[in-house]
Design a protein around this ligand. Structure first.
Ligand SMILES: Cc1cc2nc3c(=O)[nH]c(=O)nc-3n(C[C@H](O)[C@H](O)[C@H](O)COP(=O)(O)OP(=O)(O)OC[C@H]3O[C@@H](n4cnc5c(N)ncnc54)[C@H](O)[C@@H]3O)c2cc1C
Length: 460
C-alpha cells in the first residue's frame, strides 16, 4: 500500500473521515504563478490535538506535510510540490480571547486578519499589521511569513506583535513558546525563530498577539509626482520630518498610468502623474489636521504636482482599497505577471526603483513597481505576454536575477514580506553564504528530524 493511502486510512480510523477534504484542485495553487501541485490528501483539523495526531502520522509514514492558511501566499509556500498532505488550518478559526486590560488577543491560526482587526476595533483596540490581502489571509499564515503591510512603516511587521505561540513541531512536540507579557527574555527567542519560518519547523495552533489602543483618527493624502525620483525624495523628507507616517506607499509610472486611466482613484489626479504616494498619519485627532497639512507641504517641496487629502472616511477607504487591489489590477491588464518583493535600506529606495525599471528595459519587458516605500520594500512586477516571443520567459528569468543581484548589491534582501517558498529558493545563495544556510538546515533537522514539514522549501 502507498504511504499516502495508508495515511488516509489511519486518518479515517483514528480521527474520522469528516476531516478529509475531497476537492484537492483548490489546493494545487496559491496566489502566485507556481503549480498546479495537487496534494495526495487534504485534511482539515478542528483542534490542536488533531494537528498533533496528523503530524505524528505523517512522521511515522514519511509523508510530506504542507501547512496551509488561506493560500494567499505568492511563493508556493503552502503547495505540496513534493506531493503528500496539505494541512488546511482554515477550520481552526476561533478568536479564543481578547484581553482588554493586558492588550492581547489569542487566536487560532485560521482566523482571517481583517476579522481580528474588526473584533478588536469594536473594543477600542488595534491590531496594526495590515497585509494588502488582509480580507483573505490568515493570522497563522501571517505569522509563518512574518507578513507586513503599509502600516509596518510606523508599527512594524507581524513579528513585532507576536508574544507567544502554541505549536506542534515536526518532531510532534506540542509546545507553548514565548510569553503573555510585552517583555520576556527567558531563554532563546524561539518565537522569533518560528515567525517567518514558512511552516518548515512547526505548525502553529494558536497565536498570542499584542494589541494597542486604537488611534482616534487617521488622515490620508495622495500626492502625485512627475516621476519616481521626486516621490522617493518626498518619502525621505517625510521620514526625516518627525511626522512618523503610519503608511507611505509608492506607485511607479506604470501603476500611476493604469490607475489614472481606470478613473478609480477616489481623488483627482493630474493626467501627467508618473508616480503616486499614499501617506497616512494616525493618532489623536487634535494636531493631526496640522500634521497632515505639513506632510502635504513636504510633498510639494519635493516637487509634487498635486496633493489631495481624503476628506472623509469613505474616500480614505476607497483610496486604500485601490492601493490594496493594485496587484490584481495589474494582473487583469497583462496576460502574465511575475512579482518580486525586494527590500533595501530606505536610503537606497530610489536606486532600487531605478534598477527595477532598468532591468525591465534591458530585457524589453514592461515593469510596474509599487509598495511600502517607507520600509524600502517594493513589489517589482515584470509584465508580459508569454505568447509574444519564444524567448520571453528566458528574458524574464534574466531580469529577475538581475533585480535580485542589484538588490543585494544595494544592501537589500530578496524578500521583504512574501518569503522564499519554492519561487525564490534558487536565489538564496545570492544573499546568504553556505555557512548561514547550513546553520538554518541544522535548526530544521532539530525541529523536524524526519524532514516532513514543507520539505525542500526555502533552501536550494
Ligand atoms: C493581493 C495580495 C496582496 C498581498 N499583500 C501582502 C502584503 O501587503 N504583505 C505581505 O506580507 N504579504 C502580502 N501578500 C502575501 C500573503 O497574503 C501573505 O504572505 C500572507 O501572510 C499569507 O497568509 P495565508 O494565510 O494565505 O498563508 P498561506 O498562503 O496559506 O501560507 C503561507 C505560508 O505559511 C505557512 N503556514 C500557513 N499557516 C501556517 C500555520 N498555522 N503554521 C505553520 N505554517 C503555516 C504555509 O506552509 C506557507 O509556507 C499578498 C498576497 C496577495 C494575493
Amino acid at each position: 500500500m502507498l504511504a499516502i493511502d495508508a495515511l488516509r486510512e489511519r486518518v479515517i480510523s483514528e480521527l474520522g473521515g469528516d476531516l478529509l477534504v475531497d476537492d484537492h484542485a483548490a489546493y494545487a495553487r496559491d496566489d502566485g504563478a507556481l503549480g498546479p501541485f495537487p496534494p495526495g490528501l487534504v485534511v482539515r483539523p478542528r483542534e490542536a490535538r488533531e494537528v498533533r495526531a496528523i503530524v505524528d502520522l505523517c512522521r511515522a509514514l514519511r509523508v510530506p506535510l504542507s501547512p496551509r492558511g488561506a493560500g494567499t501566499g505568492t511563493v508556493g509556500g503552502c503547495l505540496a510540490d513534493h506531493g503528500g498532505l496539505v494541512l488546511d488550518l482554515a477550520g481552526m478559526d476561533r478568536i479564543l480571547e481578547i484581553d482588554e486590560r493586558s492588550l492581547l488577543a489569542t487566536v487560532e491560526p485560521g482566523v482571517i486578519t481583517a476579522r481580528l482587526q474588526a473584533a478588536v476595533e469594536a473594543r477600542g483596540l488595534f491590531y496594526p499589521p495590515d497585509p494588502a490581502s488582509l480580507k483573505k489571509c490568515s493570522l497563522g499564515g501571517n505569522v509563518a511569513t512574518n507578513a507586513g503591510g503599509p502600516r509596518a512603516c510606523k508599527y512594524g511587521v507581524t513579528g513585532a506583535f507576536v508574544l507567544g505561540l502554541e505549536v506542534v513541531s515536526g518532531a510532534g512536540e506540542a509546545m507553548t513558546l514565548g510569553h503573555r507579557s510585552i517583555k520576556g527574555v527567558t531563554g532563546y527567542n524561539l518565537v522569533g525563530l518560528l515567525v517567518g519560518s514558512e511552516g518548515t519547523l512547526a505548525v502553529s495552533t494558536a497565536c498570542t498577539l499584542r494589541l494597542l489602543p486604537r488611534p482616534s483618527a487617521a488622515f490620508t493624502l495622495l500626492a502625485s509626482f512627475e516621476g519616481e525620483l521626486a516621490a522617493c525624495d518626498a518619502v525621505q523628507r517625510c521620514l526625516l520630518s518627525g511626522l512618523q507616517p503610519a503608511a507611505l506607499e509608492l506607485a511607479d509610472r506604470t501603476c500611476a498610468k493604469v490607475l489614472v486611466e481606470s478613473g478609480e482613484l477616489a481623488v483627482p489626479v493630474p493626467s501627467d502623474a508618473r508616480a503616486l504616494l499614499w501617506l497616512e498619519l494616525d493618532g489623536d485627532e487634535a494636531g493631526l489636521d496640522a500634521a497632515i497639512r505639513r506632510a502635504g507641504a513636504i510633498c510639494r517641496e519635493a516637487g509634487a504636482l498635486a496633493v489631495e487629502l481624503a476628506g472623509d472616511a469613505d474616500t480614505r477607504d476607497r483610496l486604500w482599497e485601490v492601493r490594496r487591489a493594485l496587484s490584481h489590477t495589474l494582473r487583469a491588464r497583462w496576460p502574465k505577471k511575475v512579482s518580486e518583493d525586494v527590500a533595501v535600506p530606505i536610503g537606497r529606495l530610489a536606486e532600487l526603483a531605478e534598477a527595477a525599471r532598468a532591468s525591465g528595459e534591458r530585457h524589453r519587458l514592461d515593469t510596474a513597481s509599487f509598495g511600502h516605500a517607507g520600509d524600502g520594500n517594493l513589489h517589482v512586477n515584470f509584465l508580459y505576454d508569454p505568447a509574444s516571443a519564444a524567448d520571453v520567459e528566458a528574458r524574464v528569468e534574466r531580469a529577475v536575477a538581475e533585480l535580485f543581484e542589484a538588490t543585494v548589491a544595494l544592501g537589500g534582501t530578496l524578500s521583504g514580506e512574501h518569503g522564499i517558498g519554492i519561487a525564490k529558493r534558487p536565489y538564496m545563495p545570492l544573499e546568504q553564504p553556505n555557512e548561514v544556510r547550513a546553520l538554518q538546515l541544522a535548526l530544521k533537522r532539530s525541529w523536524d528530524p524526519a524532514g516532513i514539514l514543507n520539505p525542500g522549501k526555502i533552501f536550494p
